[in-house]
Every structure is written in structure tokens, then in C-alpha cells.
Design a protein around this ligand. Structure first.
Ligand SMILES: [Zn+2]
Length: 236
């Protein structure tokens, strides 16, 4: 069984980096969610009956975006004289990079890696995934959000952080599970109309993931076991 060891090793590896860099891991988590916020632009264009072509997996999924984010946060950190903003930018950049890599590996779709210069990449050019798989990937978003919220709750209880928020987090976790159970059959029964209902719930859910991550940053930052500074627990 390699998984447990692998998880332990990756935890140690991330922990070593994060323990010295305040807000890096927070940025990394936010960065993995950020690129798909471009779905807001797609939704707005759809409502306005505009062309949605080239709006998804383009301007938020580009290597230049990673660079721009890191430069902007570096400048903010210099202006404020607070290194943690640069750490946040580095984390965001790493997270966006991880998101792009995962999109390329599992979504069977292309990503405009060098937007605005083009550079569409599709690792699955000649492979058409079965329709049921593409359909299933949509409700699965909710499963992974539920798992992420579950992890946040468990970590918060372990470290005694953000305990005041655990009730709200539990509601969101249960909501994700309920939506997963309702939407999985609906995705297969409803066809195209499903996408409208799912789109609304999806946008609300990923926005909640961003807000909850920022709200529970104390927990996110406490996660790496070697973390030397734990603001909440030490301050009390
Ligand atoms: Zn994406």
C-alpha cells in the first residue's frame, strides 16, 4: 500500500515549505480554485446572449496569469513591507499551476496555456471520453467540495482553530452531499437543461469554497504539522 506513505511524504514536503512561509499554503489552496472562477464570465455572457467561445480555460488558465499574479502580489508585499503577501502570490501561482496540470490530465479538454498568445494544449486530442464520464464529472465537483470541506472541519477540530465556524461549515458540507446525491441522477436524466441548474449551484459552491477558505485561513495555515507559528492557539 503506497498511498499512506505517499500522503505522509507529500505532507512532510509541503509542511517544510509552508512552515517558513506565512500565507503560502493559503494561496496554494485558493490558487487551485481560482482558475475556474472564469465560469462567472461564461455565465454572464450566456445570460447576455453573447458568444462564450474562448472564455473558459483561457485567461485564468495561462502561464502568463501565473506570472502576473506573482508579480502583482510581490509588488503589494513590497508596498506594504509584508513578506506574507509575496508568499500568498507564490502560493497562488503554484495553485494555479496545479489546477492547470490537473485540467490537462483529467478533463479531456484543451487549455489555452499561453493566453493571449494562443498555445492551446490538449493531451487527449485523439481520445473521446465516453459521454457518461463527461456527464459524471459535473456532479463529482460537489463530491470533491464535500471532501474538501470535510477535511477543513477535521483539521479545524484537530488544531482547535476556527471552532466558531464549524457549525456553518457542517451545513455547507451536508449541502454538498445532498446536491451530489440529487444531481448525479439528474445529470443523466435531464440532459442540457441540467447544465443551467447545475451551473448556478456550481458557481455558488466554488464561491463558498473561496470564502470559507479565507474565513478558515487559520486552519489552513495550521495544517502543515511542522508549522512553527500557530497564531490562534499561541495567542490565547
Ligand atoms: Zn479549470
Amino acid at each position: 500500500m503506497a498511498q499512506a506513505g505517499l500522503h505522509a511524504l507529500s505532507g512532510v514536503a509541503v509542511g517544510k515549505v509552508v512552515s517558513r512561509r506565512e500565507w503560502f499554503f493559503l494561496g496554494l489552496i485558493l490558487g487551485t480554485v481560482f482558475p475556474d472562477l472564469d465560469n462567472y464570465v461564461v455565465a454572464a455572457a450566456t445570460i447576455a446572449k453573447l458568444d462564450t467561445h474562448g472564455l473558459h480555460r483561457t485567461f485564468t488558465h495561462s502561464l502568463f496569469t501565473i506570472l502576473a499574479v506573482m508579480v502583482i502580489f510581490f509588488l503589494i508585499s513590497r508596498m506594504l513591507q509584508q513578506p506574507r503577501w509575496a508568499n500568498l502570490g507564490l502560493g497562488l501561482g503554484a495553485g494555479i499551476g496545479m489546477h492547470i496540470a490537473l485540467d490537462l490530465l483529467i478533463w479531456f479538454n484543451s487549455v489555452e496555456l499561453l493566453w493571449p498568445l494562443g498555445g492551446w494544449v490538449n493531451l487527449w486530442e485523439d481520445i473521446q471520453p465516453p459521454a457518461w464520464f463527461a456527464t459524471l464529472l459535473q456532479p463529482l465537483e460537489l463530491l470533491f467540495l464535500a471532501l474538501y470541506f470535510g477535511w477543513l472541519g477535521k483539521t479545524a477540530r484537530n488544531y482547535g482553530t476556527n471552532l466558531d465556524f464549524l457549525g456553518t461549515l457542517r451545513v455547507w458540507t451536508i449541502l454538498m452531499v445532498v446536491f451530489l446525491l440529487v444531481f448525479t441522477p439528474l445529470a443523466f436524466i435531464m440532459g442540457q437543461r441540467f447544465l443551467i441548474i447545475f451551473g448556478v449551484v456550481y458557481l455558488i459552491s466554488i464561491t463558498a469554497a473561496v470564502v470559507i477558505t479565507v474565513r478558515m485561513r487559520q486552519t489552513v495555515e495550521a495544517w502543515p504539522p511542522e508549522q512553527s507559528v500557530q497564531p490562534a492557539t499561541l495567542a490565547k
